[in-house]
Design a protein around this ligand. Structure first.
Ligand code: HEC
Length: 148
């Protein structure tokens, strides 16, 4: 039993570091399952967004909307909920591939390590990698309407 436990621990450390291959794996899941609505770049403008009563969220602003910190655990919990059938505003895509595969231990606060499916962890790492600052649009538009 020793070797498997050690390999799980190493996987968890790799998760914490957000290694590049994990982000690549997450990107592939994102492209397959999410880009249709949330857009190739995550800004909520995929072709599937048309016709939805609630627009898909801009997934690149999650950190900006959370005082600059990407709430990785909350995001994973939310996607996990969708995968288990919680309503995604009329959108009910099949997310089950995210819940398959190896489990890795993820720190979820208070020193607790929660076994989490690796594809879900990878997807969260990818989403974290595409976070950006909102554009400073108000300053630009003030200049544009000012005297010539
Ligand atoms: C069929 C369209 C559709 C697909 C496919 C889709 N989403 Fe969404 N998503 C939405 C809509 C619409 C919302 C906004 C309303 C809501 O919060 O449910 C949303 C909201 C979210 C939110 C909440 C953001 C916030 O600010 O709270 C997250 C996170 C999210 N989606 C992640 C994903 C991920 C990850 C995938 C792929 C595994 C995915 N979505 C696939 C339509 C979609």
């Amino acid at each position: 039993m020793r070797a498997p436990i050690r390999s799980v621990a190493i996987a968890a450390i790799a998760v914490a570091a957000g290694c590049a291959s994990e982000v690549e794996t997450g990107r592939a899941s994102y492209t397959d399952l999410c880009a249709g609505c949330h857009g190739a770049g995550g800004q909520g403008n995929g072709p599937g967004a048309r016709g939805l009563t609630v627009p898909p969220s801009d997934l690149t602003l999650i950190a900006a909307q959370n005082a600059g910190t990407f709430p990785r655990v909350e995001v994973m919990a939310k996607i996990d909920g969708y995968a288990k059938g919680e309503p995604h505003h009329g959108a009910m895509p099949v997310f089950w591939p995210l819940l398959e595969g190896r489990m890795v231990l993820v720190p979820t606060g208070d020193g607790i390590l929660t076994p989490t499916p690796e594809p879900l962890v990878a997807l969260a790492a990818y989403l974290e990698s595409i976070q950006r600052q909102p554009r400073a649009a108000p300053v630009l538009s003030l200049k544009q309407v000012g005297p010539q």
